[in-house]
Design a protein around this ligand. Sequence first.
Ligand code: FES
Ligand SMILES: [Fe+2]
Length: 333
Amino acid sequence: MSRMRFWHPVLCTRDLPRERPVAVRVAGRDLAVFRARDGKLGALEDRCVHRRLKLSIGKVVDNKLRCAYHGWSFTTEGAGESPGTPKLHACAASYDCAEAYGAIWVRERGGRQPLPELHRGFEQWTFAGCVINAIKAPLELLLDNFAEIEHTVAVHPQFGLEPDRASETVVKLETTAKSFTARCHGPSKPPPLVTKLLAWTWAGDHFHSDFTFHFDPPRSAVTHYWTQPRTGRERMAKYFLYHYFVPKDERESMVVTFGYLRSRWPGFDWVARRMGWFVRAKIKETIDEDAWLLENMADYDTGIEGMKLSRFDKVLGITRERLRKVYDGKLQA
Ligand code: FES
Ligand SMILES: [Fe+2]
C-alpha cells in the first residue's frame, strides 16, 4: 500500500513563499507545492507533463502554477493548459494538500484519513509552532534515534541523562498491536541556566522522557519534564513535542516537530507566546544534534542483525515490525 495514503507534514507554512512553488520530496515522490493567488494550496507531481521540466522552478501566476519552460500552467487540481496549443488537454498528477498547525500537509487523492487534531488535549499548553530538520539517514535509523534516551548520555549537552548515573535509568515499555509507549526517567545532567529558571530544576533531579510511537504515519508524542527525586513532584515546566518522521526516500528523511510548553509560573503563557521563535530555535538546534549523529553512521543498513543491543534498544525490532505492518500496510509478517 502507498505510504502517501496518510497525511504527511512536509513544509512549514512560513517557508512557502507567495509567488513561488517549493519542491518537496516525500515517500519517494517529488512534489511542487504552491499557493494560488486565491489562497488555495496545490501539490503537483514535480514534473511537467509536457517535457518534464521540474514544475517547482516555475512561478505562480494568478491561480495557477506556470511551468518555466514553455509556460503551460496548472491549477491546484492539476488541470493544465498550453498557451501555444489551447485545445490540448494536459493533466498533472495532484495530491490533497492542506494547511494546519503551521505546516503544509499532503496525501494522495482519495485518502480517507482526516487531518490529525494535534491541539486536542493541549488547550492549556502554549503552542510554539512547527520546526523541520533534514536528516541524511533512512527512516528506520531516524526512528531508532528517537525511540531511546540512552543517547542523551553522550549527545544533547543541554538535557538528558547524567553519564555517571545512567545505570539508574528506569525504562518501562508497553506495546499495542500498532503502537508502543516508553516511560523513561533517570538522574538528569546539570541543566543550563535557562532550563533551571524555566523549570526550576536542579542537578540531581530526575529527567523524564515519556513517548508513544504510532505508525500511521510514523510519529511520536513525547513529554519531557523533571521531578524532584525524593518526593516525585514535578518541577515547574514541561514540554511536549509531536515528531513526524517523514521519509524523503530510501536514504533521507526529515523530522517535522510541533512543540508545546506548559509551566506553573504565573504569567508564563504570556512570555511563552512571545518566545515561540526561541523555542523553535532550541528544537531545531537539539534535533540537529541528532541529525549530526545520523550523518555519521558507519553504514546505512536498516537491518538490526549483528548489532549488540542494550536494554534501551528493545524498540528497534518493534519499530521495524510496525513500519511494515502499519505504515506499509503489510499485515502479515
Ligand atoms: S516542459 Fe513544461 S511547459 Fe514545456
Ligand atoms: Fe536526541
